[in-house]
Write a protein that binds this ligand. Structure first.
Ligand SMILES: Cc1cc2nc3c(=O)[nH]c(=O)nc-3n(C[C@H](O)[C@H](O)[C@H](O)COP(=O)(O)O)c2cc1C
Length: 187
């Protein structure tokens, strides 16, 4: 028997990503999102959903650019901080000691210390309700050499991204390898 839990934003897993933007004076800011996913292959795009109340919302609208910064488990505390305080009141980079670096392709900062970065150009914004969905075209992916696997792509076990469990409001690490996609299900 399944129990109905009602209409909720509850699905497993969601990511823990930190969105980098500049405000109108050029101050770098960082905000955590769990409402995010890849949303198109060609052109390569990523979608994130932000409330208008966030400082990042205005920064993104103004600069039309953002970065997606994937924290490793090592930076979980900082990622949680970025999602707890607003850049309206705080300089979050000063407070965490993390390093904002101007993107090579877009007008937004990325976080030097995080292992995996997407530089994104805003191409759509769609107000849904409380959240507005922003679609960014991925202009570049950057990864620390230390997290690359044998095939040259980032290795999930080396990046050690964080998973979020909505409603329970807890973080989890990535589990063990369990199979190859487009392979394990072959007839
Ligand atoms: C794990 C986690 C996930 C979050 N996900 C989102 C999200 O997807 N969208 C959103 O609008 N706020 C989300 N938040 C809240 C914002 O990160 C928070 O309001 C932040 O202070 C906004 O920063 P800013 O005002 O500097 O932009 C999340 C917070 C945490 C801790």
């Amino acid at each position: 028997m399944k129990k109905s839990l009602g209409a909720k934003t509850l699905v497993f897993p969601t990511p823990v990503w930190v969105i980098g933007t500049y405000d109108r004076r050029g101050k770098p800011n960082a905000m955590t999102v769990a409402w995010g996913s890849i949303c198109c292959s060609t052109p390569p795009c990523v979608g994130i959903s932000l409330r208008k109340a966030t400082y990042t919302y205005g920064c993104l609208m103004e600069r039309k650019a953002f970065t997606v910064n994937v924290p490793s488990e090592t930076y979980l505390k900082q990622a949680d901080y970025f999602g707890t305080y607003s850049g309206r009141e705080e300089n979050k980079f000063d407070a965490t000691g993390l390093t904002p670096v101007k993107g090579d392709h877009v007008d937004a900062p990325y976080i030097q210390e995080f292992p995996l970065i997407l530089e994104c150009k805003l191409i759509h914004d769609h107000e849904i309700g409380l959240h507005t969905h922003f679609v960014g075209e991925i202009m570049d992916v950057k990864a620390d050499e230390a997290v690359l696997g044998e095939n040259g792509n980032p290795d999930i076990e080396k990046v050690k991204p964080v998973l979020y469990s909505p409603e329970n409001r807890v973080y989890h690490g990535v589990g063990r390898f369990i199979g190859k996609a487009y392979t394990i299900g072959r007839k």
